[in-house]
Design a protein around this ligand. Structure first.
Ligand code: HEM
Length: 161
């Protein structure tokens, strides 16, 4: 059976794969704003807390900007983890989707760790540059995965029930 657009599970995979692309892109825009507004240490050197608190004070713009970058990770993680789970549980024969959705998850996980090191190293320039580089790699992975998911429309793949 081919995974067509009207197949409900394929619709779900589409939503998660394309959602990963859009949310990762937005997160990168927020990250750029963190850097250009000098808000990188808005939450201090603490992670995952923000200056030791779970929620930031709304009176401090730098803190709000840095915190929104961190919290938006949850949206990206929702889509990226959802895509990988769907690929592993329902689309195992679609090897490219399994490969790229898993790589996206691993890349995002590494990026969260690197984000932590970015703040705990007080924005060490090398670490910040690596954070920007890995962000580009993660975006590339989720885009390639979305293209693979798009291609499933025309490639006959037996999916698991
Ligand atoms: C909880 C995890 C994360 C933390 C704590 C974090 C933290 C930070 C910090 C502190 C900066 C500012 C660096 C500076 O001003 O030099 C930053 C920038 C940035 N972050 Fe994150 N980040 C996280 C996750 C991510 C993820 C998952 C992505 C993308 C996939 C991402 C993409 C970016 C980008 C593109 C920048 C701008 C870099 C630049 O323009 O030089 N971050 N992040």
């Amino acid at each position: 059976m081919s995974i067509g657009q009207r197949e409900p599970d394929a619709r779900l995979l589409n939503i998660f794969a394309y959602g990963s692309v859009v949310s990762t892109y937005i997160l990168i825009l927020i990250g750029g704003y963190v850097t250009t507004s000098n808000s990188g240490l808005g939450c201090g050197e603490s992670w995952p807390s923000c200056n030791g608190a779970i929620f930031p004070s709304l009176n401090n713009p730098a803190q709000v900007i840095e915190f929104s970058h961190r919290i938006f990770n949850l949206v990206v993680a929702f889509f990226v983890i959802g895509t990988a789970l769907l690929a592993w549980t329902r689309y195992r024969p679609a090897h490219n989707v399994v490969l790229f959705s898993t790589a996206s998850f691993v890349g995002l996980f590494a990026q969260v760790i690197l984000g932590m090191v970015t703040v705990t190293s007080e924005l060490n320039p090398l670490v910040s540059a690596a954070h920007l580089g890995l962000a580009s790699a993660v975006l590339a992975l989720v885009v390639v995965n979305a293209v693979m998911v798009w291609n499933l429309r025309s490639v006959p793949v037996e999916f698991q029930r």
